[in-house]
Design a protein around this ligand. Structure first.
Ligand code: GUN
Length: 300
């Protein structure tokens, strides 16, 4: 078997096309979606991610505001900026690029972001809402993974999904979204007694551990659908390149469908950030108007 390669670039382009259309609809109603992006320090990978987020926002017609703080900025300075952006009615979404410098308490500053502007879905109010199945802003990478799975498999009801990794950004919200999609969900992690044996039972595997090519064909049931969230830089025959958490070459022989790295999940994260920004703008406009307007987008 050679697996179907899931084209994340093409799927993201379709999501962004819908976002662009929704932005035009909102602008016709006098609503101009805007996203504030905060970068503290100059982590090289974060610089690339932020540049791409700002580029995609521009392409989607979303106004972006870039706030760069030096690496030695105090937590108080960052909190003051967040308070300012929370109060600014022209800003709909706030994205604080992670990781932050070690002297800043990540959880403290993420909790300071207005949950209605939390386009990353990291605020505990949104995390709690997701686990209760409420309609809240949800983290972009797992939302993108779910979209790819639904495009690939259709209805996910009753499927057994194994999520490898339990991070707050991917693993935990991914498990919550799959549960909401009526999957039976197993989360395996570094303390699981036999992660491979659990994974072999899965119809769907989402790998988000940050370990290059950990999951090879021996972890997979024949016909499994594999979503690889990992982006790991390795040295290969003296050359630097990106690989996922899945050993793509062997996994394609067993899986029925698989995302490549790069070109799989990565583009979906940014597409869903733009989608969340539009959702936030619409919800804030409804909340501000005494008579909710009859604006209804694809996100309604
Ligand atoms: N750093 C790596 N992934 C993410 C993400 O999804 N959101 C933010 N804010 N920072 C990140």
């Amino acid at each position: 078997m050679s697996a179907h390669i899931i084209d994340g670039k093409a799927a993201a382009a379709r999501v962004l096309q819908q976002v662009r259309h929704d932005v035009e609809t909102l602008k016709a109603e006098g609503i101009e979606p805007a996203l504030a992006v905060i970068l503290v320090g100059n982590d090289a990978a974060s610089e690339v991610y932020v540049r791409n987020k700002i580029l995609r926002a521009g392409e989607a017609g979303i106004r972006s505001l870039e706030h760069r703080l030096p690496a030695d900025s105090s937590q108080a300075r960052l909190l003051a900026l967040i308070v300012e952006l929370n109060a600014d009615n022209t800003v709909n979404g706030i994205l604080l690029q992670l990781p932050l410098p070690a002297h800043i308490d990540e959880n403290r500053v993420l909790q300071a972001i207005d949950p209605d502007k939390d386009v990353d879905g990291f605020h505990s109010e949104n995390v709690g809402g997701l686990s209760q199945g409420r309609n809240v802003l949800t983290p972009c990478t797992p939302s993108g993974c779910l979209h790819l799975l639904e495009e690939t498999c259709g209805d996910l009801s009753g499927k057994h999904a194994v999520v490898i990794g339990r991070s707050n950004i991917v693993g935990k919200p991914m498990a919550a979204l799959l549960l909401q999609a009526h999957c039976s969900v197993t989360v395996v992690h570094s303390r699981s007694t036999d992660a491979r044996a659990l994974c072999q039972l899965a119809d769907i595997v989402v790998a988000a551990v940050g370990r290059p090519r950990l999951i090879d064909a021996s972890w997979l049931k024949r016909g499994a659908v594999v979503i690889d969230v990992g982006i790991n830089r390795i040295e290969d025959h003296g050359r630097s390149r990106l690989v996922g958490d899945v050993d793509f070459a062997s996994a394609t022989e067993v899986a029925s469908a698989i995302t490549p790295v790069p070109g799989g999940v990565g583009p979906m994260t940014i597409a869903f950030l733009m989608k969340n920004t539009v959702t936030a703008a619409l919800q804030q406009a409804h909340a501000q108007r005494s008579q909710p307007e009859a604006v209804c987008l694809s996100t309604c």
